[in-house]
Design a protein around this ligand. Structure first.
Ligand SMILES: *[C@@H]1O[C@H](CO)[C@@H](O)[C@H](O)[C@H]1NC(C)=O
Ligand SMILES: *[C@@H]1O[C@H](CO)[C@@H](O)[C@H](O)[C@H]1NC(C)=O
Ligand SMILES: *[C@@H]1O[C@H](CO)[C@@H](O)[C@H](O)[C@H]1NC(C)=O
Ligand SMILES: *[C@@H]1O[C@H](CO)[C@@H](O)[C@H](O)[C@H]1NC(C)=O
Length: 352
């Protein structure tokens, strides 16, 4: 944990340093040649095949400071990016400024429709929203109305994120979104109340972990359920040059377990560390005197954990996963050995 924190802190410092250098670069630029128009700003700035590259990318994408940007700043980035896409480079633009504009642009405008997105549905709002919801869920987990309220708020937030992030070319209808919203809310409330009833008589310290257990259980059930078609029929696998080799259910199992593990890991720092601290703090005079301070303190603790955990866990497994041919289904192994004798590893997209 300490090692992880060290990495994150040095990453955050590197990122800040990078912002400062960007500012400092202004004066030197007059001498530099004009920026080339061949930078691929559709892709992330950093190499996505390394952990550090992915971590930098996700830190930038989830950076909550982006919600504070003014309309003018957004319009400025919008202009830089739309110009650049048409091969027009604003005079004096540096590569760092271009990348900064790309990330600001992506944070606020929908990739397909180009519309400005609802504020709380943006990636940059994820950490502050998640920390408030998670912190409150972990503070108010004892009474039924509070559990129902916070599960409902969480699912409403998810529905807004789903709506904000809906795909432009295959739009989901409002009634589909509504159905998903109602069924997700019912499921979440039922799971939370069920677990609460089951764990009525356990010790207060364990009681604090009920919300975390609920999240872990929900992920273990929901993700395989949602992707059962892939578990039954397999997912496409390719060689390292993207040549399709067939479909594998073993690859689907690995992809889905990685997604479940990274979802639970993503929730664990925020939901597993604060209960210990809160259990300790609530015995102290200060919180006995000001019990209403519990919620803000809990939200702060969760936030601190999430700011680091979310991007690092997003970065944990590459989007493209791989496995050795010898671990595939026997029939598929034979088929690949016959058609592509040199292939040792196969690759597949692990999905979301
Ligand atoms: C929205 O969708 C994009 C890709 O379609 C994904 O990268 C991003 O994480 C999603 N954002 C949220 C807030 O879920
Ligand atoms: C925030 O929570 C939502 C659901 O509550 C989850 O899908 C998402 O991955 C979380 N994002 C971050 C950045 O923590
Ligand atoms: C909120 O809902 C999402 C989706 O159902 C879930 O992944 C997430 O863990 C929930 N958040 C909390 C704090 O329970
Ligand atoms: C959001 O979208 C996901 C994936 O389409 C779905 O599983 C989930 O139930 C939706 N959540 C809400 C609250 O609508």
């Amino acid at each position: 944990m300490i090692a992880t924190l060290n990495i994150t802190i040095s990453l955050a410092a590197a990122f800040q340093g990078h912002l400062l250098r960007t500012a400092g670069a202004h004066s030197a630029i007059n001498m530099a040649a004009e920026l080339s128009t061949s930078i691929n700003i559709k892709e992330p700035r950093w190499d996505q095949s390394t952990f550090v590259g992915r971590a930098k990318h996700f830190f930038t994408v989830t950076d909550p400071r982006n919600i504070l940007l003014s309309n003018e700043q957004l319009e400025h980035s919008h202009k830089i990016i739309t110009d650049y896409r048409q091969g027009v480079v604003s005079p004096g633009l540096t590569e760092d400024e271009l990348w900064r504009a790309k990330y600001v642009f992506d944070s606020a405008f929908h990739p397909d429709t180009g519309e400005k997105m609802i504020l709380i549905g943006r990636m940059s709002a994820q950490v502050p929203m998640n920390m408030t919801i998670t912190g409150c869920m972990m503070t108010f987990y004892k009474t039924t109305p509070a559990v129902v309220l916070w599960q409902w708020i969480n699912q409403s937030f998810n529905a807004i994120v789903n709506y904000t992030n809906r795909s432009g070319d295959a739009p989901i209808s409002v009634s589909q979104l509504g159905t998903a919203y109602v069924s997700a809310t019912t499921g979440a409330v039922a799971t939370a109340l069920g677990l609460n009833a089951l764990t009525k008589h356990i010790s207060p310290l364990f009681g604090r972990f009920v919300p975390f257990a609920a999240v872990a259980a929900a992920n273990c059930i929901n993700i395989p359920l949602m992707r059962q078609r892939e578990l039954k029929h397999g997912i496409p696998i390719t060689d390292e040059n993207d040549n399709r080799l067939g479909e594998s259910t073993k690859a689907a199992q690995q992809a889905i377990s990685q997604v479940v593990v990274s979802r639970i890991l993503m929730a664990s720092p925020g939901m597993a560390i604060p209960p210990f601290l809160m259990n300790h703090l609530e015995k102290k005079a200060f919180l006995k005197k000001f019990p209403w301070m519990s919620a803000p303190i809990q939200v702060g603790l969760v936030g601190f954990c999430l700011v680091f955990a979310t991007p690092l866990c997003c970065a944990l497994f590459p989007q493209k996963s791989s496995m050795s041919v010898s671990r595939l289904e026997p029939e598929l192994q034979e088929k690949i050995r016959a058609s592509h004798p040199g292939v040792e590893r196969v690759y597949f997209n692990k999905g979301l």
